[in-house]
Ligand binder design. Sequence first.
Ligand code: PLP
Length: 411
Amino acid sequence: MAYLNDNYLKLKSGYLFPEIARRVSAFCQANPEAAKRLIRCGIGDVTEPLPPAAIRAMHAAVDEMGKRETFRGYGPEQGYEFLRHVIAQNDFRDRGLDIADDEIFVSDGSKCDCGNILDIFGHQNGIGVMDPVYPVYVDTNVMAGHTGPADDGGYSGLLYLPCTAENGFVPELPSEKVDLIYLCYPNNPTGATAAREQLASWVNYALNNRSIILYDAAYEAYISDSAIPHSIYEIPGARDCAIEFRSFSKNGGFTGTRCAFTVVPKSLNAATSDGKWTSLHPLWQRRMTTKFNGVSYPVQRAAEALYTVEGKEQVRALVQHYMGNAQVLRKGAKTAGLNVYGGVNAPYIWVQTPPGITSWQAFDRILNEANVVITPGSGFGSKGEGYFRISAFNSRANADEVARRLQALKW
Ligand SMILES: *Cc1c(COP(=O)(O)O)cnc(C)c1O
């Protein structure tokens, strides 16, 4: 008899986005006229086409693949040297951060890496996640058997770190010990950023407890405030206690093209089950070479092109476009009399629902009366109740229209 992984049966059945889809489709069926003016500000996916520099590089790479002399088969599993080098140079060394080319591991996505990273950790770790949270961190720990069953508050066995308006959506240090801590800044879904001192207190916590921070910086390109760190490695000591996830999805618009990278410093250690302090870098190297066969050559060339002078300019323009939307949406929600967070250094606006209105009630109101799809905050965790997320990934015309409609809503 074959046995399945029972942990999968603990998963709350992909509740959030299927439920949104169900309500939107029911609404559209019942209201075919209103359906025509529906605007989606729900799922966090980019809308604008790829930067021309990436397109050109990809075309050229495809042509290389079409000629015997320049054809390439399997590449290095960890990524081509040309890409690892420009990443380490531009994103880290040019900013004064000590990261070597071979500490960069290129992959097909940060979502995948956030999940796969658990391969190199033991099962005895205490896990801390933010609440509200990007569901991937939670669900991959459930799949790995690191939790008990779920109840309304979340999964037993995980330590949920409350992120509230009072703490600026940056969790306080826990009183109990956690070994792996997931932090994501700028944050999805709250749009919050963490100040240098706040990150420093987490790095000190990790160093003191021999814990590891899993730092998701997928939105670092959206930081406009020069005081806010783009990388956890801007904090002294982080090389010894943090792994950083980066992605080309939200800066270069690569959500459908697929390329990201993970930084695993060679000075990062964790304990063997008999207590020997041991480097993790060779384990991740081994994991990638065994279970991954590299990102396609044309895609790695496209990612490389984002670091050229014109590529950087085009990425900046993309980010500016979305952040212009964020400004419009923030203003719209504020003018509507709502309490608004985020949307300044991140492409998400986190809006407090009016008193007495739950996240899902706000969702239904906004869908029915404004014909706009947002994401109910409660879908990201119990501390997301009382909020909803508006995504700034859209055309400017749609952002303008959503702002107008939000202002016209009477709560
Ligand atoms: C979009 C996003 C990513 C990027 O995921 P990819 O798999 O690289 O597309 C990572 N983390 C968070 C929190 C995100 O919202």
